[in-house]
Design a protein around this ligand. Structure first.
Ligand code: NAD
Length: 476
């Protein structure tokens, strides 16, 4: 059965202004499974007008924090109650194993609402008593209309990471999910209305980016903030579009995470986390540990264990609870990832394990013998493909880890505490995980250095971005 998903504008689920639709394809079945409204700039205008109106004259920005938080907690309850439907929707849309959507993405989406709802009610604003009888304080008022543009790799989870703080701080939102994974955004907007989020506060428009609904949002003078997650090149285009209106941006972009294993590491732990770091969500993770640097003393031993663990992963139908590796998200993406496998071989590297699978799957792949400057080591492949390189000493590892245009995150495995601090300081990245991967505290800054990001979100960092901090100075 083919399902239908519309835009959600001003509290109504609606077709596109010109009636256009597109098909979302289930990458495991390689068949369309949903018909989705295909937005145009006219739909972006309708949605931003609804959000503007809800901001300028609706109740949402004027409610107390506690009132908004109550509604957002209700939304989190509904996400949990409808978790199975949401998990299956993302899995069908983009092929992520159901164990991940069920066990991680959906619970994190609910947690995003709970965390930012609570955070907005308990954070204090600064006061600055001044010696001369004047007194200053900071008021964190909502910024206005937020355009949230999301990628396909964690559809619901990334969307709620943007929508939750924006709503908690009193903004109204136009969300544009990725065209490869549109369905759960419509489900989210339906649940938001059911939870009591007023019409026009969370709008969803579907469709493409360049020359279409996505670009129109970034160029709209009615938008006060743009929060984007996606590729670095898209971030460049969005920055250029936003420059005309000087719209503030938060950009979370690509990565080529270095994963450094020192000889003194607990190797069993290092193998197990490193497997998670590259093969979670099929390697379609901005934070993926896709460059694995292993100290030469333990290189052979580590690679052997790592390949055995990679080969033990269960590849198959993402709707099966035991599947660990599903298909890649689309045919186009499958072509991109397999193109890198061919390129690695052409450049003289060896595929130790993995390679092409059936349909749009790629088996958990391990590449050795590539050079630091090779394209497979430098570019974001965004698939279940790791490049393993040996290193001799700490300085060499740090130099190599810092030697890509990206700077999102790094992992290091060591039992030497001083080394862990020293290396963490030397890495030019937004997050360093020592002896672990993807462990998040939502209060901590999240974002990237270099081509991986502009700005930070999380906790107070999200407050800074989604509000217009105002200094109020009183003569008392
Ligand atoms: P993408 O850049 O192709 O698309 C992301 C979104 O931007 C989509 O909704 C798309 O329609 C829209 N878009 C594209 N061009 C646009 C334009 N000119 N104007 C406005 N909108 C436009 O990215 P993707 O392929 O969906 O996602 C994968 C990328 O996202 C990877 O590079 C990955 O590393 C990155 N990512 C980063 C993080 C992070 O937190 N840093 C998290 C997840 C994914």
């Amino acid at each position: 059965m083919v399902e239908s998903f519309g835009h959600v504008i001003d509290g109504q689920e609606v077709p596109s202004a010109d009636g256009s639709t597109f098909q979302s394809v289930d990458p495991w079945e390689r068949e369309p499974w949903a018909t989705v409204a295909l937005g145009s700039p006219a739909d972006a205008d309708r949605a931003t007008a609804a959000a503007r109106n809800a901001f300028d004259s609706g109740p949402w920005p004027r409610m107390s924090y506690a009132e908004r938080a109550g509604i957002l907690h209700r939304l989190a309850d509904l996400i949990e109650a409808g978790g199975e439907r949401l998990a299956l929707t993302d899995t069908t849309d983009m092929g992520k194993p159901i164990a991940e959507t069920r066990g991680h993405d959906v619970p994190r989406s609910a947690q995003n609402f709970r965390f930012f709802a609570d955070h907005s009610t308990v954070t204090a604003a600064e006061r600055f008593p001044m010696a001369s009888g004047f007194h200053a304080y900071t008021e964190y008022g909502p910024a206005g209309v937020v355009a949230a543009i999301a990628p396909w790799n964690f559809p619901l989870m990334m969307e709620t990471w943007k929508v939750a703080p924006a709503l908690a701080w009193g903004n109204t939102v136009v969300l544009k999910p990725a065209e490869q994974s549109p369905a759960s955004a419509t489900l989210l907007a339906r649940l938001a209305l059911e939870a009591g989020v007023p019409p026009g506060v969370l709008n969803v428009v579907h469709g493409y980016g360049p020359g279409s609904v996505g670009q129109a949002l970034t160029e709209s003078p009615a938008v006060d903030r743009i929060t984007f997650t996606g590729e670095s090149n898209t971030g460049r285009a969005i920055s250029a579009a936003a420059a005309r209106n000087l719209t503030p941006l938060s950009l979370e972009m690509g990565g080529k995470g270095a994963n450094i294993v020192f000889a003194d590491a607990d190797l069993e732990q290092a193998v197990s986390w490193s497997i998670k770091a590259i093969y979670t969500n099929n390697g379609q993770v901005c934070l993926a540990g896709s460059r694995l640097y292993v100290q030469r003393d333990v290189y052979r031993q580590f690679v052997e264990r790592f390949c055995a663990a990679a080969e033990a992963l269960v590849v198959g139908d993402p709707k099966e609870a035991t599947t660990q590796i599903g298909p890649l998200a689309s045919e186009e993406h499958h072509e991109k990832v397999t193109g890198y496998l061919d390129l690695a071989v052409r450049d003289g590297a060896r595929i130790l394990s993995g390679g092409r699978g059936e349909g749009w799957t790629v088996l958990p792949t391990v590449i050795a013998g590539a050079g630091q400057r090779d394209r497979v080591t430098q570019e974001e492949i965004f698939g279940p493909v790791v490049v393993i390189l040996p290193f001799d000493d700490e300085d060499e590892a740090v130099r190599a880890a810092n030697d890509t245009p990206y700077g999102l995150n790094a992992m290091l495995f060591t039992t030497d505490l001083s080394r862990a601090h020293r290396v963490s300081r030397a890495l030019r990245v937004g997050t360093v995980w020592t002896n672990c991967f993807f462990v998040r505290d939502l209060r901590a800054p999240f974002g990237g250095a270099k081509n991986s990001g502009v700005g930070r979100e999380g906790g107070n960092f999200s407050r800074e971005f989604f509000t217009e901090p105002k200094a109020v100075v009183m003569n008392i």
